[in-house]
Ligand binder design. Structure first.
Ligand code: MGD
Ligand code: SF4
Length: 793
């Protein structure tokens, strides 16, 4: 729309998982300002600084504007044409396929590593491309971010993604914030929570459960501070009090819940375990007396506080939110289950103001990667690689022969990068590991964001690994690439983001991309055609067969890519994904056409099976009969007419929500005499992840030019460290030299230090120090806890 001297284009913010609606203002066709959409039910017109300032990246002088190539990583990059780039990439892919092996997970030599910031259309097409080529080595940074939340939802709800949404904040009496620095990582959601609290400060209670006092803790009525990793004991103790004091919702539990336990050796599928009785669960949690939990947790946790929190949780409408403090843990799935358990026990689900809501870190980890099939074990539309029926459904939609998609999942993130570094240690850790010779890294910078990354960097630096990076800026990863392809940025291409609350929103192209930068979708369509031509000439029939499947993968989009790669191509890919691939699935967006998404100021929440439902915004409250079209249909079909809420998740054959027996287990590397501190890491408000974008925005970089180490004042005093002193931080894996920040108001508990990870300086990249131990279920690494030692430098 036109308003004064500006032309405004509506889209969505490209940073955190909140999904704020924005207007990009163009003056004389040039990006000049961003403002919030005031009618948005997400952000009500507000934006944080990152959201307001990302228009400064459109014409930033560091933007990548032409394809760059070098044969050896020892040589400098040289510009090449797109045509030549695709020719080389296709040759290198075929070379890597041949060097590797063929097996149940497909070709072992090639890998794709993507991002929760890629558009849904992009993740969908990348993973389709890989599967059609015959490889399940498809991964992405959401593994580092929300894999444990997926595991949590799958086990508790039988299907991924939450039941409610942000609107619950305005209805909740208690907001239980655990393992989330919402104030800095989801600032606009924090604003909503703050408004709710201030609307009725006496009645609304905020409970913060975190080992660190963060800006989020400022509005908390109760802050439970405990030793990192001990919250499993705390949550079981809260459940125990709720049961002992008869505060659980008997009707809800009896009708809609069942109890489950996984026993190694007894149960084949950890996601299912076996059913136990309420009595057995009661007996299990009874060991977690408030006294026992207070002792395990340390910090300020007392038996009285545990009782107080339990009573409040059970007797009011409660929304829980969490992020990486729970997910980035070796017991991430379990601790997710334990929070959801509290909601199920107290009937705090499926009602206004009652939800267990895992906040997503990235703008499209949900929409693109979780729903779009962007990890090694999943396929689009909430399907899984291991299920032959799911593979067959997709092969039919894609028009490729049966058996095109390999039957076994590829490597998860830590394993994938270990297959690149391929050291003796890696081979010992992952028996049977097969090396990867080609990797395409899209919209992420793993050589800054992976844990324990020294050996991953060494792997990338070798010349027998061909690395393609698609990005808008040079990064710590592209410095070890062979090929860098310049991409169109957000608003320079068209596509959909799906945020935390199952809401998909469209951002159309509004600005011309600089130089030769192009959308990734266009790149895939070109490369697919080049690869098909080359594969046709191969002798090996297995390889030759892939010429057809890869051509078939891109064929529906060739004409659109020629005519209009900025809009029409994305629309075509979206149509295939939403209308054909998600149709009939619980995450259906079949009704959410581009036309509907353009019309709606706030996008569409799935399930949205028809255009009519999508036009009304889709489904706000999942699982609730009468509100969720799938639940309503399910109730009718199964004769459950007196059920108000139904867990129709495909894993739960009893149609009930599952309460899990999960014991307390500590972190992979607790502090000891040699490394006596807990190290934890996270984000700061003005920077996004690796800082490759926000670090280039003067206003944001000026606020936080470098990272620091936060130390508890008591520890600092003991070690003679003053604010601003340089501190040497060491772990068993690496070291950093960081300025100290010591505050009596904010910061970690005694015995713990905290480092922000956006800094790109090699002395201050904290992921040289973090641990790559991961949750055995979700495979998400434990960025939040490892042991370290510190001293004045
Ligand atoms: P980002 O900075 O988000 O970090 O880590 P990364 O994904 O590695 O990288 C996004 C990249 O996308 C940037 O380089 C940007 O320039 C590029 N980009 C932007 N727009 C486009 C586009 O349109 N196309 C393309 N191709 N590229 C584009 C995130 C990861 O880090 C995550 S998700 C988490 S949750 C982890 N958190 C975490 C932590 O808490 N502590 C520590 N120590 N490490 C962590 N690492 C993990
Ligand atoms: Fe963007 Fe998140 Fe800030 Fe909203 S809260 S403006 S989505 S970064």
């Amino acid at each position: 729309k036109k308003e004064g001297e500006y032309e405004w284009v509506r889209g969505v913010c490209r940073f955190c998982g909140t999904g704020c609606k924005v207007w990009l203002g163009l003056k004389n066709g040039k990006p000049a300002v961003i403002r919030g959409e005031k009618n948005s039910v997400i952000n009500f017109g507000f934006l944080c600084m990152k959201g307001m300032l990302f228009y400064k990246l459109f014409r930033h002088p560091d933007r990548l504007t032409q394809p760059l190539y070098r044969k050896s990583k020892k040589e400098p990059f040289k510009p090449i044409s797109w045509e030549k780039a695709f020719d080389i990439i296709a040759d290198e892919m075929i070379k890597a396929i041949k060097k590797g092996e063929w097996g149940p997970m497909g070709w072992t030599g090639i890998a794709y590593y993507g991002s929760g910031q890629a558009l849904t259309e992009e993740t969908y097409l990348f993973q389709k491309f890989w599967r059609c080529l015959g490889s399940n080595h498809v991964e992405g940074n959401p593994r580092l971010c929300m894999a444990s939340a997926v595991g949590g939802y799958l086990t508790s709800f039988g299907t991924d993604e939450p039941a409610g949404g942000y609107a619950d904040f305005e209805e909740a009496d208690t907001i239980f914030i655990i393992g989330s620095n919402t104030a800095e990582c989801h600032p606009i959601l924090y604003r909503r929570i703050m408004r709710r609290k201030l609307s009725n400060p006496k009645e609304v209670m905020v409970i913060n459960v975190d080992p660190r006092v963060s800006p989020t803790s400022k509005i908390a009525d109760i802050h439970l501070q405990f030793k990192p990793g001990t919250d499993l004991a705390l949550l079981n103790a809260i459940a125990n009090v709720i049961i002992q004091e008869g505060l659980y919702d008997k009707e809800f539990v009896e009708k809609y819940c069942s109890f489950h336990k996984f026993t190694k050796g007894k149960d084949k599928v950890p996601l299912i375990g076996h059913q136990v009785s309420f009595e057995e669960y009661k007996e299990f949690v009874s060991k977690y007396t408030p006294e026992y939990a207070a002792e395990v947790c340390g910090g300020n946790v007392t038996p009285e506080l545990i009782r107080k929190v339990a009573r409040r949780f059970a007797t009011t409408k409660t929304v829980s939110i969490w992020t990486m403090g729970l997910n980035q843990r070796t017991r991430g799935v379990w601790v997710n289950n334990l929070v959801t358990n509290l909601h199920l026990l107290t009937g705090n689900l499926g009602k206004d103001g009652a939800d267990a809501l895992s906040l997503t870190g990235q703008p499209n980890a949900c929409g693109g990667v979780r729903e779009g099939g962007g990890l090694c074990h999943i396929l689009p539309g909430h399907r899984v690689v291991k299920n032959p029926k799911h593979r067959a459904e997709l092969e039919k939609i894609w028009g490729v022969p049966k058996g095109t998609i390999p039957p076994k999942p590829g490597y998860h993130t830590v394993k994938m990068f270990s297959a690149i570094s391929y050291t003796e240690e890696d081979k010992k850790r992952f028996p049977g590991l097969k090396p990867i010779y080609f990797i395409w890294v899209n919209e992420t910078s793993p050589l800054q964001s992976l844990p324990n990354m020294r050996r991953f960097r060494e792997g990338f630096a070798r010349d027998d690994v061909f690395v393609v990076v698609t990005d808008i800026f040079p990064t710590r990863t592209s410095e070890l690439a062979n090929m860098i392809l310049p991409c169109a940025f957000h608003f320079e291409k068209t596509g959909v983001y799906g945020c935390t609350e199952r809401r998909s929103q469209l951002t159309p192209k509004a600005v011309k991309a600089p130089g030769q930068a192009m959308p990734e979708l266009w790149m895939l369509v070109q490369l697919g055609q080049v690869l098909a031509k080359k594969l046709r000439k191969e002798r090996d029939p297995k390889l030759r067969a892939r010429a057809k499947t890869i051509y078939q993968c891109v064929a529906p989009f060739i004409e659109a890519a020629k005519r209009d790669p900025w809009w029409e191509l994305s629309k075509k890919v979206w149509e295939e994904y939403a209308q054909r691939v998600t149709k009939g699935r619980d995450s259906t967006l079949a009704g959410a056409t581009y036309e509907v998404l353009l019309e709606r100021p706030d996008g569409v929440q799935w399930p949205a099976p028809t255009v009519e439902i999508a036009r009304k915004g889709g489904t706000l409250r999942r699982f609730v009969v009468g509100k969720d079209p799938l639940a309503t249909e399910f109730a009718k079909k199964h004769g459950l007419t007196d059920w108000k809420i139904i867990d129709y998740g495909h894993l739960h054959k009893d149609h009930k929500f599952w309460i899990w027996l999960r014991p307390y287990k500590g972190p992979a590397e607790p502090p000891d005499a040699e490394y006596p501190f807990y190290l934890s890491t996270g984000r700061v408000i003005d920077h996004w992840h690796t800082g490759s974008m926000t670090g280039r925005i003067r206003e944001l970089a000026g606020d936080y030019p470098h990272t620091w180490i936060e130390i508890n004042p008591k520890d600092a005093q003991r070690l003679g460290i003053q604010p601003g002193d340089l501190v040497l931080l060491e772990t068993r894996r690496g070291r950093n030299i960081l300025p100290a920040r010591i505050s009596t108001e904010e910061g970690p508990m005694e015995g713990m230090v905290f480092v922000y990870w956006y800094d790109q300086s090699k002395d201050r990249m904290i992921n040289f120090c973090t641990i790559d131990a991961f949750d055995p279920g979700s495979k998400q690494p434990e960025f939040k806890i490892c042991a370290c030692r510190i001293k004045k430098y």
